[in-house]
Design a protein around this ligand. Structure first.
Ligand code: NDP
Ligand code: OXD
Length: 310
């Protein structure tokens, strides 16, 4: 019983230790190590080379995504048929994402970019600052991460709304769903936080039409995926003042190309796709718990719905 591991950046030794701590008899192997590929039953991977899972591992039982999003796997037209894909759902990844959302919502709410600009110009000027109940924050994507972010924003007292594909009911959150609910959701959103997965339906969803439904001078925070955003439309909305600022963790092309207009834009804050990351010491326990479920003949948790694309 072997698990094969492939990460973009995480040190393999850390994951190996955490996986072995949780299941000592599991044989764990890094993607590039040689060994018996027929013994591999589990793959824990981020962006594996196209076609390789199917070509190399004939006895694969489950593909565990190292990320919450599975778009990096579904891009492969040659995935092993019938092998379930499990999303990464683990408390520390969720916590990291919530930290990111709350940090950047508060930064806009408390007008920090304007205050930093005043400081650069040695200007002492008190800006009117409402408290949280008077700030309307809207979250696109009411899944694991969206709902956890709402939980903390709600404790801070923000006026909250959310948008999802199917109908939801969340205490203290005005919920909208589907394309029909989108413009009403946007109309009451001063800080728009995007935590959607990238699918055929959400491709380019952050575009000029969406920005035009927001109140003038709204803020955008996108920690979902780069493919969700039309980058030219973001620049145009910043230029016109429709958007007052954008905080972007994800980009159409990553790393963000050296000459991209976002880099030096005074209204754009860039982070290098590190809003949240699965932590080996916590995530390994979730992976192993799911492997134990298979061994006991129980249903896997957090299987991606391939027909919905997330
Ligand atoms: P979930 O699958 O738990 O939630 C996804 C949410 O998006 C659901 O509420 C779903 O609606 C909604 N949604 C999906 N498609 C549509 C649509 N067409 N229209 C409206 N709503 C839609 O995912 P997570 O919360 O775990 O993660 C969300 C995303 O965050 C990931 O897919 C990934 O792209 C991104 N991410 C980014 C990270 C980073 O470091 N930047 C780290 C981790 C995740 P419904 O509830 O009806 O199903
Ligand atoms: C994820 C990511 O999807 O890291 O978890 O982007």
């Amino acid at each position: 019983m072997t698990l094969i591991f492939k990460s973009g950046s995480d040190p393999w030794q850390d994951w190996q230790k955490s996986l072995k701590d949780a299941m000592p008899d599991l044989d764990c192997r890094d993607w590039d190590d040689t060994g018996d590929d027929d013994a591999v039953e589990y793959a824990l991977v981020w962006k594996p080379p196209l076609g390789e899972l199917r070509r190399r591992f004939r006895n694969l039982k489950v593909i565990f995504s190292l990320g919450a999003g599975v778009d990096h796997l579904l891009v492969d037209p040659d995935l092993p048929a019938g092998v379930p894909i499990v999303r990464m759902v683990e408390p520390e990844l969720t916590r990291g994402m919530t930290e990111y959302v709350v940090l950047h919502v508060l930064r806009y709410h408390r007008l920090i970019p304007a205050l930093e600009d005043q400081q650069k110009r040695h200007v002492w000027n008190v800006l009117p600052t409402p408290t949280a109940p008077k700030r309307r924050v809207g979250i696109m994507g009411l899944g694991v991460i969206g709902q956890d972010s709402l939980r903390v924003l709600s404790a801070l007292g923000f006026a909250l709304s959310g948008w999802s594909r199917t109908a939801k009911s969340i205490p203290d959150v005005t919920c909208y769903h589907g394309r029909d609910g989108l413009s009403a959701f946007l109309a009451e959103t001063e800080v728009l936080v995007c935590l959607l997965p990238y699918t055929a339906e959400t491709d380019n969803i952050l575009n000029r039409d969406v920005f035009s439904c927001l109140p003038q001078g709204a803020y955008l925070i996108n920690a979902g995926r780069g493919g969700l955003q039309d980058e030219d439309d973001i620049l145009a909305a910043l230029e016109s003042g429709q958007l007052a600022g954008a905080t972007l963790d994800v980009f159409r092309k990553e790393p963000l190309p050296v000459g991209h207009a976002f880099w030096d834009h005074t209204k754009v804050t860039i982070t290098p796709h590190n809003a949240g990351t699965a932590q080996h010491w916590s995530a390994a326990k979730e992976v192993i718990a799911n492997i134990r479920r298979i061994q006991k003949g129980q249903a896997l948790l957090n299987i991606a719905d391939l027909s919905a694309g997330y």
